[in-house]
Write a protein that binds this ligand. Structure first.
Ligand SMILES: Nc1nc2c(ncn2[C@@H]2O[C@H](COP(=O)(O)OP(=O)(O)OP(=O)(O)O)[C@@H](O)[C@H]2O)c(=O)[nH]1
Ligand SMILES: [Mg+2]
Length: 417
């Protein structure tokens, strides 16, 4: 299928248009399109009626006819009216970035709860667009105008879709209840959590597999492949290095301009990153768009309120980096390659260093009635001194950072008299 990509650039753009279009082209390729042309126009903001100016649209029409184009793909989410208006002029399939990402997620989804989330996002996207985009077409991009669909048929489709949305919402609620149990099981394990995060295709899953093999860990390898969104969920594997156990977490890859219908479920899969003791930000050092990719990830981490979590930059794919002098200021940076295993010991040592440092020194007096807290202290903290006083047990101790909240109210150094 042959496609043209169309983007509007405004002075408010965070990412430059070449980057954004390269990303869109990748997405289009994954979905089975061959991109023959890219068209951009600089405007104050996209035109409400047709996204791009009418003169530009006429130019695109000429290209569509000349190159025998099947589909025109727009770089932003189009409104239903824009789809209809553009369709009338170009008379080919019209799709947007959101539709493309939803379709790819749908192609990739492997487990049931992901499938439900994606189906729901899809249905929500489709609802206002009924009659403009065909529903349930399995040919990707077969989403052009359903020509000649009558009012009755449209209303029928609308009702069908609404009932599907209700059904999906119920199913998702049910599957969420089981999910909560799974998360708390990981937490109860109370191992330090080390999360691999990064732009899609930067090499997170491969890194997880490399570390597992290197440490002779017996867990299952995770799926890694040269494709966008190879991973759509979170995977945990327990690893041991230098007698220290930790939980390594592989996550879904980030991308700019994620469809807003998908954002909620995307962030939900990243919930575990919020609990991480250490974030390993995996960067494809061979990408020509490294700076933009870095920005996308930093923005998501900021939205997740993860700025306070210690993190390391992993300059991955160092075997084919384009800039041997590359350095990113501000944080610990490790040059690393899954291919040559360069940097693997430095990475593992840094992980251990960071997670074992995450304890807090405190002096507390725990009232005798808080046997529950005393139990955790006796099991998990390193106790320097213990004394039984009138009002409770006094401890001078080192406690893992994430358990500090338990004793915070009894910390003698921070208590205000
Ligand atoms: N040359 C080279 N290729 C690598 C390296 N690490 C990973 N790759 C390749 O990069 C591609 C993507 O790797 P993945 O591990 O699937 O990437 P990911 O970050 O998990 O991607 P998503 O799950 O899609 O977000 C694969 O083809 C890997 O073989 C490396 O150090 N050097
Ligand atoms: Mg992956």
């Amino acid at each position: 299928m042959k496609a043209i990509l169309v983007a509007v650039t405004t002075k408010y753009d965070v990412y430059d248009v070449d980057y954004s279009l390269a990303e869109l082209e990748n997405l289009a390729n994954v979905a089975g399109y061959e991109v023959s042309n890219k068209v951009t126009q600089s405007l104050d903001k996209p035109t409400p009626k047709t996204y791009i100016g009418s003169g530009k649209l006429d130019e695109i029409k000429v290209m569509v006819d000349f190159y025998e184009i099947d589909t025109v793909i727009f770089n932003d989410e189009l409104t239903p009216a824009q789809i209809r208006n553009i369709q009338e002029i170009l008379d080919v399939d019209i799709i947007d970035r959101t539709f493309l990402i939803l379709k790819i997620f749908e192609m990739r989804a492997s487990d049931k709860s992901q499938m439900l989330e994606i189906k729901l996002a899809n249905a929500m996207y489709m609802l206002p667009r009924i009659g403009y985009l065909s529903i349930g077409s399995d040919r990707i991009g077969g989403g052009g105008l359903t020509r000649g669909s009558g009012e009755t048929e449209r209303e029928l489709n609308r009702r069908r879709l609404i009932s599907e949305i209700h059904h999906l919402q119920t199913e998702i609620m049910k599957s969420k209840n089981t999910k909560i149990n799974q998360i708390s099981r990981i937490k109860r394990n109370e191992l330090p959590i080390v999360a691999l995060v990064g732009y899609t295709n930067s090499g997170k899953s491969t890194t997880m597999n490399t570390l597992m093999n290197y440490l002779n860990s017996t867990g299952k390898e995770v799926f890694a492949k040269d494709q966008l969104f190879a991973t759509l969920a979170t995977y945990n594997r327990k690893l041991t290095y230098n007698k220290t156990d930790f939980m390594l977490v592989d996550t879904i890859g980030f991308v700019s301009k994620l469809p807003h219908n998908l954002v909620a479920s995307f962030y939900e899969t990243l919930e575990e990153v919020k609990n991480a003791d250490l974030i390993i930000h995996v960067i494809d050092s061979s990408s020509i768009y490294i700076n933009q990719e870095l920005l996308v990830v930093l923005e998501v981490l900021h939205n997740l309120n993860c700025n306070d979590i210690p993190s390391i930059y992993l300059l991955n794919k160092w075997d084919k980096t384009i800039d041997m002098n590359m350095a990113i200021p501000g944080k610990k940076t490790i040059r690393y390659s899954n291919k040559t295993q360069e940097g693997i010991d430095e990475l593992l040592n840094s992980i251990i260093e960071e997670i074992s440092e995450s304890t807090i020194h405190a002096r507390v007096t725990i009232p005798y009635k808080r046997g529950d807290i005393v139990k955790v202290i006796e099991e998990k903290a390193t106790i320097n001194k213990r004394e039984y006083l009138d009002n409770g047990t006094y401890y001078d101790l080192e406690i893992p950072k994430k358990l500090y909240y338990l004793i915070k109210d009894y910390d003698l150094d921070t208590m205000i008299n």
